[in-house]
Structure formats: structure tokens, C-alpha cells
Design a protein around this ligand. Structure first.
Ligand SMILES: Nc1ncnc2c1ncn2[C@@H]1O[C@H](COP(=O)(O)OP(=O)(O)OP(=O)(O)O)[C@@H](O)[C@H]1O
Ligand SMILES: [Mg+2]
Length: 439
């Protein structure tokens, strides 16, 4: 269901706005009245009565016409619904005008509106109204976006349903593959409209955050599985709890548990390798590694990042932070990918000079909108993209901020312990076979 109308409510007073919202019904009622009036007049009785009769029978009998009429009335009522909410939320331009509703579309999640803000304002002004609008509309969530090509047009997505509440996690599509390539996008899960969500890791670093038990380690294990099943990929694992990444240790060059000195040593080696790679690229007159290169991708998976960054000894802490910052900031073109998970990446735990370098973020369920913003970046929660709104029972659900530039709510695939053990064993065999070939 879609209706388009540019600048529909410009220049109307408050009362005018309200009356304008009823224009569809008014036009329909006026048309009906005119026809009936014609039918009642002495000259038009026969012909007009026939038209009224035929029109009535058509609307009644032809399903598509009935649906069209219902859809027109529904769009009009949805427009009034949002206009009322915008009025009570105080979403006015400097001239005192409300944004005008350009289009209305029913989507699986609820209703998507596109609105054009009044002259003198911009779409960003609606961003901070997400919660106000949700309250005025009496819905669970409202998410505000903007049209990339036009700063005066904002998207208002009214979320009325949570498709993840009833559905469980789906199996990982790559679980049955004999081998993978990390140059391909890794399947992560499904979004709220059932579309596959994938993440392309080369040239990116990924930060996963969320409250305890939100599903960070489970998501991390998907990416580690994808890396382990690509025999070309060199894997380094740091896991302060040990149990999450231990199953993949057989496929890794290095596995570090709760040991700061070992973590520093491993990061030193990775930085040295990064320097060697830049040297090799320079000699080859190339700017970055590419598929099929002599230089394989490196994946560094870190679970419980905060634990490592909070090393007690100051010199160790400084070196660890500096090595990690170096790896994340310069690793992109050298094919070094860092994927880190942590409960609370706030400034006192993960310094901003490290956190801000992660180009991809995923916020699983958080306890506050502020902690969601800490992961995704400042301001997303006020636009309605808050991981606090995720149902606490929905494990593995989070907002992924990646290529699209706007967070996408998705539910991650899940590998249970048995699936992890099976994949890890297959990855080891694959790698052993590759070594046996001498390749
Ligand atoms: N996508 C998922 N689908 C179904 N269940 C999941 C999913 N992800 C996680 N779980 C369940 O939630 C539990 C906690 O997940 P996980 O260990 O990944 O959380 P976490 O965020 O890493 O927690 P912590 O901060 O304590 O390490 C898992 O043991 C599993 O039972
Ligand atoms: Mg964990």
C-alpha cells in the first residue's frame, strides 16, 4: 500500500491540518453525495441511478476494487495517525509547520512513512523525536532515518511487531561446507524482514558488544568458524575465559588465554608481520592485499577485550593498547582483520582511540541506550536504534552497523557446542590436509 504526495500539508493552520487529514474521506463523500443528488434530480434519475448501482455492485463484488477503496481509506487514516503524533510530539519547523507526509507503506514490521520537513529545518531534527513519537503512537519503537540524497526527507519507521520474539535462531548456512573463503561475505543471520544479513570481513574490523549472555561469543564463533574453514586464513585467538574460543585452537597459529604477557607477545608478532607485509606490498608496488595473493588474510579474534585492555601493570596496559591500536588502525590494507567482543566498551574500559577505529559494530542486547550508543556510535539510540529495546530473552539479536551506514536489526545464526566441535574438527583436518599437500 503506497500513496505519494509531495508537500501536502504545507501552509496550513493547526485546524487546517486536521481538516486536510480528512480530505480523502471528504472527496469520497462529496462524490457520493453528488451522484445521489444527480440520481434524485428529475432529469438524471434513470442514468445516474444505473451508474450508482453499477459502481456499488462493482465495489461490492470485485475484490480488487474493494481492496483499493479499503487501502485508500487506510492510508488516509495512517496519515492522520502520524500527523496527530507529530503534533503532540512538537515536531514543528521554525515556521511552526509540521513535516508533510510524502508516502505511507505497510511493511512486515509495521508502517514506513517518508516525511518532508518544513522549510528552514532538516531531517536530522526528527532524529531526537523517536521516543516521543513512539509514545504518541503507542508503539514499541520508532526508527528515524533520512534520504541520503535529500536532507529534507526523513524516514519514519513505526515498528509494531517483533518478528524475532516468536522465531528461534537459524542454523548457519556455511555449517555444511567443506571449505570456505573469507574473501566472501560471511552469513551472520536474518534481518527483521527475513533477508539474509552477511558481513564482508576483508578491510574491516568488527566490534561486538552487549550485556552478559547477549550472544557476543556465539556471534564471534561464527566468524572464527568461517576463518578456520578457510585453510588460507591465519588465525590468532585471544580469549580471557578460554572456553569460548578453545575449540578452534587446533586451527590457530596462537591461542592466548588469560595471560597479558602472552597477549602482548602475540600482538607484537602480528604488528611485526604487518610491517613485513607493508614492505612486501611496497616492493611489489601494490597498495593492499587481494584474493589469490601470496599474503593470506589474518584474523585476530579477541573475546573479553576489556579484560586484556585493563591489564593491571601500567606498562603492560600501555603496550597492549598501543599494539592493538596499531593493528586495528594500520591492518586494513595488510589483510589483518580484528574481531573483538566485550561486555562494556565504555571509555574507561576500551579507550575511544581504539574503539573508534572499528569500522563495523554490532550491539547485542544492552542494559541502557547509552551503552548501545557506546558500541554503535553516538546518537543512534535517540534515532530509535537502541539495543536496549531488544527483548532480553532474544539471544543473538542485535543491531549491526556495517556497509549500509544504518544499523540493521538482525538475529544471528547459532552454532551449538556440537556444531562447533564438528566444524572445529573439520577445519583442523582441512588444514592438516593442506599442510600434507605441502601447499
Ligand atoms: N543466536 C543465538 N540463538 C540462540 N541462543 C543463543 C544465541 N546466542 C547465544 N545464545 C545462548 O545464549 C548463551 C549466552 O551466549 P554467549 O555466551 O554468546 O553470550 P555473551 O554475550 O558472550 O555473554 P558473556 O558476556 O557472559 O560472555 C549461550 O550459551 C546460548 O545458550
Ligand atoms: Mg562471551
Amino acid at each position: 500500500m503506497r500513496s505519494r504526495r509531495w508537500g501536502a500539508t504545507h501552509g496550513h493552520s493547526q485546524v487546517g491540518h486536521r481538516a486536510w487529514g480528512w480530505r480523502t474521506e471528504f472527496v469520497l463523500a462529496a462524490s457520493l453525495a453528488a451522484i445521489l443528488d444527480g440520481a434524485a434530480s428529475p432529469g438524471g434519475r434513470g442514468g445516474t441511478a444505473l451508474i450508482v448501482g453499477i459502481a456499488g455492485v462493482l465495489v461490492w463484488k470485485v475484490g480488487s476494487l474493494r481492496q483499493l477503496l479499503a487501502s485508500v481509506l487506510r492510508v488516509a487514516s495512517l496519515r492522520r495517525w502520524l500527523a496527530r503524533a507529530m503534533r503532540v510530539s512538537g515536531v514543528f519547523g521554525i515556521t511552526g509547520r509540521l513535516p508533510s507526509i510524502i508516502s505511507v507503506e505497510l511493511v512486515p514490521l509495521g508502517v514506513r512513512f517518508w516525511v518532508e520537513v518544513a522549510r528552514g529545518t532538516h531531517a536530522g531534527q526528527l532524529h531526537h523525536q523517536a521516543e516521543h513519537l513512539a509514545a504518541a503512537l503507542k508503539v514499541r519503537e520508532v526508527r528515524i532515518g533520512r534520504l541520503r540524497s535529500d536532507a529534507s526527507v526523513a524516514e519514519v519507521l513505526v515498528v509494531r511487531r517483533d518478528p524475532f520474539q516468536s522465531a528461534g535462531s537459524s542454523p548457519w548456512p556455511w555449517a555444511e561446507m567443506a571449505a570456505t573463503s573469507l574473501w566472501r561475505s560471511v552469513p551472520l543471520g536474518f534481518d527483521e524482514e527475513g533477508r539474509a544479513v552477511q558481513v564482508s570481513l576483508p578491510e574491516h574490523n568488527l566490534l561486538l558488544g552487549g550485556e552478559p549472555g547477549a550472544g557476543k561469543s556465539a556471534v564471534l564463533s561464527l566468524f572464527v568458524a568461517a576463518a578456520a574453514l578457510d585453510p588460507d586464513v591465519r588465525l590468532t585467538l585471544l580469549d580471557a575465559k578460554q572456553v569460548e574460543l578453545a575449540p578452534w585452537a587446533g586451527s590457530a597459529d596462537a591461542f592466548v588465554g588469560a595471560s597479558i604477557p602472552e597477549a602482548i607477545e602475540v600482538l607484537r608478532e602480528l604488528c611485526a608481520e604487518m610491517d613485513r607485509r607493508y614492505g612486501a606490498l611496497l616492493t611489489a608496488k601494490r597498495r593492499k592485499v587481494a584474493p589469490g595473493d601470496e599474503l593470506p588474510l589474518y584474523v585476530v579474534a579477541i573475546d573479553e577485550l576489556a579484560w586484556f585492555l585493563r591489564a593491571e601493570k601500567r606498562d603492560e596496559r600501555t603496550e597492549l593498547q598501543e599494539r592493538l591500536r596499531d593493528l586495528v588502525s594500520r591492518g586494513r590494507a595488510a589483510g589483518m582483520i580484528v574481531i573483538a567482543a566485550t561486555q562494556k566498551p565504555s571509555n574507561d574500559v576500551v579507550p575511544t582511540f581504539i574503539r573508534d577505529l572499528f569500522s563495523f559494530r554490532m550491539a547485542l542486547r544492552c542494559t541502557t541506550p547509552e551503552s548501545s550508543d557506546t558500541i554503535l556510535g553516538q546518537g543512534w539510540a535517540s534515532q530509535g536504534y537502541s539495543a536496549q529495546a531488544i527483548d532480553p530473552s532474544s539471544r543473538g539479536v542485535g543491531f549491526l552497523l556495517a556497509e549500509g551506514g544504518v544499523p540493521v536489526k538482525c538475529r544471528a545464526h547459532y552454532l551449538d557446542d556440537e556444531a562447533v566441535a564438528d566444524l572445529a574438527r573439520r577445519a583442523e583436518l582441512l588444514r592438516a590436509g593442506r599442510r600434507g599437500d605441502g601447499s
